[in-house]
Design a protein around this ligand. Sequence first.
Ligand code: DX5
Ligand code: ZN
Length: 232
Amino acid sequence: MHQQSILVAPSLLAADFSRLADELAAIEQAGADWLHLDIMDGHFVPNISFGPAILKALRPRTKMPFDVHLMIAPADPYLTAFAEAGADHILIHPEAGPHPHRSLQAIRALGKKAGLVLNPGTPIAHAATMIDMVDIILVMSVNPGFGGQKFLHAQLPRIAELRRLIDASGQAIRLEVDGGIDPATAPACIEAGADTFVAGTAVFGTKNYAAAIAAIRGANDAIATIRGGGSA
Ligand code: DX5
Ligand code: ZN
């Protein structure tokens, strides 16, 4: 069993967009490790979110690393813009362009951590082929495009397979999961080998961000607080 610490990356998509700076301060205070930013173009996924201008505006407000999930096609023409706007990690889908290996090279050449995202229907072979080019592998446990969807349990064996692949590679690669993550679904993902969690609704949809983040990390007292409706 691997020993990585569990990281939680709240997804800004579920925040109150009229108070973004306050929401950022609140999750940072609540113990969030990374901020996950979902970039959607209404073409690669059936929804539109926000672009680099929002990253640039938020960058001076927080020390949290920006984990930028590009659900846009093509992605290559925008990598520099997101890097310059403050991204620390840039994650691409292999379906977003004809040359995902080149996209990952370009992200690293910009001095950023490179991530590859696997949709529920994307073959794991993509990750195996490009394992030397990634710092993060992100498993989608919903189809991308919207927050608040139901966790797809069929992704668990894929997480386990990716864990074996990462361990065999001997590289320091984060195994992140995105979609329908909450204190009930995270434990099976941890068991399968995931070490990093994106959570939108399960953090911003609650009143106590600190308890929500701690519960996803697996802290039993926080889980009791949430289930009992307390405010510790
Ligand atoms: C979906 C996005 C997710 C989304 C997760 O396309 O990639 O990051 O914000 O939202 P929840 O945690 O509500 O499923
Ligand atoms: Zn995402």
